[in-house]
Design a binder for this molecule. Sequence first.
Ligand code: SF4
Length: 251
Amino acid sequence: MTWDERQRAMLAEMGHRLPPSAAAAQAIEAESEPEPIVVAAPPPVVVRVAAPPPAPAAPSSFSGLDLPALREAVSTCRACGLCEQRRSAVFGGGALQRVQWLVVTDPPDGTDDAAGEPFAGEAGRLLDRMLLAAGQRRAGDGATAFVTPIVNCRPPRGRAPQVIELDACDAVLARQVELLQPRLVLAVGLQAARRLTGLAEPLGRLRGRVHSWGGLPLVVTYHPAYLLRSAADKAGAWDDLCLARRTMQSS
Ligand code: SF4
């Protein structure tokens, strides 16, 4: 893979070191001896063959709704107990038509719940830099990605969502998939990764391979909020993004 200057800048923000560009190399040579360069080897693509859970089917209550109507329906949804303590449902955001990547994240946190949007804080800014570095964007003209939580309402006290709550909210995700027709799904965070893969394994064991979800390729990576606390894993996140990018290009 080659990187342009914009991607180099974003990767630098992610804390990932790359070989210098030709221009940068000339400048370095002119002023000083260059430092040794460390480049991470790309991770292998390993296709998982075990049967993953199927993508859910959208129930009749959401069928026929376009994206704005679905957002409105979610804002008043009472299909599970998570509606009781939410301030606002967090529907998701991004491109309003066919996308390349559907990014499915862990449940909303308090910031998301207050804003009614996923990744409203610093973690969201890091996610945007990660997506841009991989050639994706969730906002503005030419948006290519849509970001949505695995459940749209915040579980109280930061607990993990229960199976009955995940099952209820599958209907929203199913309709989003029908409308957005993504080419690849990126699971961001442990809870999203476990739900979509159907595997109760540590995140580190779910990364580095291509899963399948509802016939779509699925790649797992770290949650940006975790990466803000653990900068050493940003290089691993970049490996995940490279894997996702290669997978989409070859599909
Ligand atoms: S979590 Fe999903 S299913 Fe439950 S109330 Fe919220 S939108 Fe409805």
